[in-house]
Write a protein that binds this ligand. Structure first.
Ligand SMILES: CC(C)(COP(=O)(O)OP(=O)(O)OC[C@H]1O[C@@H](n2cnc3c(N)ncnc32)[C@H](O)[C@@H]1OP(=O)(O)O)[C@@H](O)C(=O)NCCC(=O)NCCS
Length: 178
């Protein structure tokens, strides 16, 4: 399959938003209930404009269509798009703190073709080149399988209240980059 991985631009945001919704509504189905998925789409899953502005968010594009996205961050926010309130844009110390891996979503028609793995590898290379020694993330249950396959460790479930009394399980994970 022909696709390119490039940096996301601000005017990609509507298409990234549609991609995230299609991805979550299809590929999360075995792991979360419909209620959890809809609550997550309304709150925690979404575009984080800070990453695009920092130049650390990637999209995979095939024939002019966005088919995957994901990024990394030098900032403290561990997860959550623009609509999610718990955010901290303070900068991390690469020597002593892990870079954050953020918001990976692949379109269901393009799943299991190595797109997320390729974007993750680009993120790890960039974070490593900026001096980060390790990376951490908050995995969704579908994301857990990807990140384990890519060398991330962690299996302790945490639960978050994402609004309207809906709770959702995530797994904090970490990897040494060098
Ligand atoms: C998680 C997600 C991003 C993976 O994207 P993807 O492009 O399909 O993943 P890849 O093809 O790069 O997978 C790489 C490896 O991860 C593992 N993996 C990925 N998805 C898997 C699944 N559904 N079941 C089992 N293993 C899986 C496999 O080892 C896979 O290698 P293989 O296909 O050679 O066996 C995608 O399923 C998705 O968008 N899910 C919904 C949104 C979400 O929860 N995102 C994570 C946010 S933290």
């Amino acid at each position: 399959m022909d696709y390119v991985i490039r940096k996301a631009k601000l005017d990609d945001r509507p298409a990234i938003g549609r991609l995230i919704e299609a991805s979550a509504r299809s590929l999360s189905r075995g792991d979360y209930s419909e209620r959890q998925i809809e609550a997550a789409v309304a709150s925690v899953f979404g575009v984080d404009t800070n990453l695009i502005l920092d130049g650390t968010y990637f999209v995979a594009e095939s024939a002019g269509t966005l088919i995957g996205c994901g990024g990394w961050s030098k900032r403290r926010t561990l997860f959550g798009g623009d609509r999610y309130a718990a955010r901290d844009s303070g900068e991390l110390d690469p020597e002593s703190e892990p870079a954050k891996i953020r918001a990976f979503f692949v379109h269901p028609d393009y799943a299991r073709r190595g797109i997320a793995r390729a974007i993750l590898s680009a993120c790890e290379s960039e974070a490593g080149a900026r001096g980060f020694r390790s990376a951490e993330l908050m995995a969704t249950l579908p994301g857990l399988k990807l990140y384990r396959a890519c060398g991330y460790e962690g299996d302790g479930l945490v639960e978050y209240d994402i609004g309207d009394g809906v709770r959702i399980e995530f797994v904090p994970m970490r990897k040494e980059l060098r």
